[in-house]
Ligand binder design. Sequence first.
Ligand code: GFB
Length: 313
Amino acid sequence: MEKDSKILILGGNGLLGSAINRELKKHNYQNILSPRSKEVNLLNKNSIDNLLKSEKPDNLFMVAGLVGGIMGNKKRQADFLYQNSIMILNLLESAKENSLGSKILYTGSSCIYPKINPQPIKEERFMKGELEETNKGYAVAKGMGIVACQLYREQYGIDANCAMPTNLYGLKDTYDLENGHMIPGLIKKFLLAKRDGTDITLWGTGNPRREALYSEDCADALIYLMKNYSSPEIVNIGTGFDYSIKEFAEILKKELKININLKWDLSKPDGTFEKRTDISRLKNIYPEFSPRSFEKGLSEIINNKDELKRILG
Ligand code: GFB
């Protein structure tokens, strides 16, 4: 990928896509397109055909999708299955028909791995076991997307590559307390408690463990892979380190200087107990990869005025 390459980011206005945009600009890539969903409807193949025919990007980050946390997924499994499946199939079929020739980087997610795994999870575990019930629709769709990338590469020579990011957080996240992810959910709940003196109710037992990868660090790894990696083999992108939900809460208490008793809503699901990713393949490809700590990433969010406005309104 050259500095003047035409780079298309599908999903460029979301958490990860906007981080890729910022990172690319930081490294002086000038020719970046990140159309909004109202400019290109990935559920409509003609819409993608028109975009790819007119723009013919050299490099394409496919990080668009219908996403959500454990409750967002649980309530809309069919929507998550349909929309995430159609988007990647439309893209690959259009790339084939328009002999696009561009290099594609598609992102899966660590929740696609089987529910139970030896920890940390190696890429070989992909499709080797029963899925977590609460996000089966999303996991099947994203898993199919990965297989589709591998098969279009094999049959049509499309340079489609796949990465498996872990749980992400960062600027321009979604702070929907009901349907969003755990990390932005906890950040918002703690900030509201600090401002309004309200109680904090978290979900489940607090025992499950999660990684926390700052979106800019994930973007950094994706850009490195786009420049230096081409293979059907998937690559985990994580921190290799996890906390329990309870430990996340303790960090938030400390960093936000809040001393408050937490309540736990056991009617909400725990989901997968743990899904720490093995990042040795990434480290072999990109030895300098060094994701920031959760404390560091958190401070970048709570010290960002625009983000605080997005969180607290
Ligand atoms: O990020 P999250 O919603 O989804 O995390 P997953 C869910 C875990 O955090 C469960 C606990 O153990 C919840 O019980 N939790 C505690 C909370 N308090 C809260 C809260 O206020 N909000 C939320 N959301 N959770 C996701 C997939 O699974 O993994 C996505 O659903 C994506 O599709 C992502 O793949 C990487 O981490 O369980």
